[in-house]
Design a protein around this ligand. Structure first.
Ligand code: SR1
Ligand code: MG
Length: 406
């Protein structure tokens, strides 16, 4: 395992002093608070504040998976992937990712702008809040990345160099295993409520589902379309509202970034909107469930508009003609259903679940979990008939109401 000093609240000030890029950002000699707030699956995260009210975040990659412990070693070089993705995505989608202030490659520490006035979107959704416009902002983010890091919008030589630096095999392997394999081939890390065991067994026995997810896995492992975020669930988005109006949305935690299919990020968002809707339905709030499902269309519409809007600036209009744009959009829209299905089932059956479902009382969780699994199976089958997001929303809405328990 890689050897390097792990940050503690006591050593955070010394780290600040050692980094010239952070001079003047925060006073290491006047820190009034250093809090470790990491609640994700992988890293240490410290929020620092000084006496003048300035703050920043230090995020350090542990040499193992925090969720499991040192028995699961994991490259800390993922912090470099996050730093490089943040830099590039920040240029392409200003304001839609946090500002990277510094990266220390020896200790795998990122310094990031303080987002203490933001909330993790999943937490806000679980609390019943609506941050209008965030789903569209994420659609614009995915579009800017899809255009600007692909051969459509980036010089071919630069794209090749970017791709070479973005090869991220250990983090991709986690996704290949947890998202695209283990819900169907249990490696001992799956778990469900006893009441959902039959649902999990039906999923694994669904040959059409397994075949389609196999195709999705192949696409994930081979189709180097763009430098995607790679883990764009609602827990990877920070949101803020001022006087009740949502005015900021930022995609963070891009350590899974790699050159992969554009629709993987869209599918991750859609899956988590369905999961949020399943929670709302379980809690008896059908209006809110409809609102959450409507986020699929909002993200897609903003994505499509963003990609179309950037199209005039493409690198090679001689060969990348409008018919290619239409082909790409149609492909990505259909694939969003498929990747979403993969992302839904992993959060119900596999390792690393979501608080939306897990914090429900067991008698409500049963139906919500079943609804998410059945939605995934219907989406895989029905995406070829009518791929409009509205249809995806209708199917999910019908299913999660029909499986409600409690
Ligand atoms: C072992 S890491 C588990 C999950 O956490 C991250 O958020 C990714 O979604 C990964 O699959
Ligand atoms: Mg994460």
């Amino acid at each position: 395992m890689t050897e390097y000093a792990l940050l503690t609240p006591e050593t955070a000030a010394e780290h600040l002093r050692s980094r010239p890029a952070l001079a003047g950002r925060i006073d290491p000699d006047a820190l009034v608070s250093v809090r470790e707030i990491g609640d994700g699956n992988l890293n240490l995260v410290f929020v620092l504040a000084d006496a003048a009210g300035r703050g920043l975040v230090l995020k350090q990659a542990l040499p193992y998976v925090r969720l499991v412990g040192p028995s699961w070693a994991l490259t800390p070089d993922r912090a470099r992937h996050e730093a490089e993705a943040l830099r590039l995505h920040g240029t392409l989608a200003p304001g839609l990712v946090p500002e990277l202030l510094d990266y220390d490659p020896d200790r795998f520490v990122l310094a990031i702008e303080d987002l203490s006035d933001h909330t993790v979107w999943r937490t806000a959704l679980n609390d019943g809040l609506r941050h209008e416009g965030v789903a569209a902002a994420m659609g614009r983010y995915v579009a800017a990345v899809a255009f600007g890091t692909s051969v459509i919008g980036m010089d071919a030589g630069e794209r090749a160099r970017t791709l070479a630096g973005a090869v991220n095999p250990e983090l991709c392997l986690i996704t290949e295993d947890l998202v695209f394999t283990e819900p169907y081939v249990d490696a001992g890390r799956n778990s469900v409520l006893p009441a959902n065991e039959r649902d999990a067994a039906e999923l694994a026995a669904d040959q059409e589902m397994v075949a389609e997810i196999g195709r999705a896995k192949w696409a994930f492992m081979t189709r180097a379309e763009a430098l995607v975020h790679g883990d764009l669930h609602t827990g990877s988005v920070m949101v803020r509202s001022t006087n009740g109006v949502a005015d900021s949305a930022k995609a963070f935690d891009s350590e899974f970034a790699f050159y992969g299919p554009v629709a993987f990020d869209l599918g991750a968002l859609w899956a988590n909107y369905v999961i949020a809707a399943a929670r709302a339905t379980a809690l008896g709030d059908d209006d809110r469930a409809a609102w959450a499902l409507g986020l699929c269309g909002e993200t897609w519409t903003a994505f499509e508009a963003g990609f179309r809007g950037a199209w005039e600036g493409r690198v090679d209009p001689r060969m990348f003609r409008d018919d290619l744009r239409e082909h790409l959009l149609a492909t990505w829209r259909s694939e969003a259903w498929l990747f979403a299905a993969a992302k839904m089932t992993r959060r119900i059956v596999g390792l690393a679940k979501t608080t939306d479902i897990e914090t429900l009382p067991a008698e409500l969780r049963e139906g919500a979990a079943r609804g998410v699994l059945r939605t995934a199976r219907r989406w895989v089958r029905e995406r070829h008939a009518d791929a409009e997001p509205k249809r995806a929303q209708e199917i999910a809405g019908e299913v999660i109401v029909s499986t409600r328990t409690g």
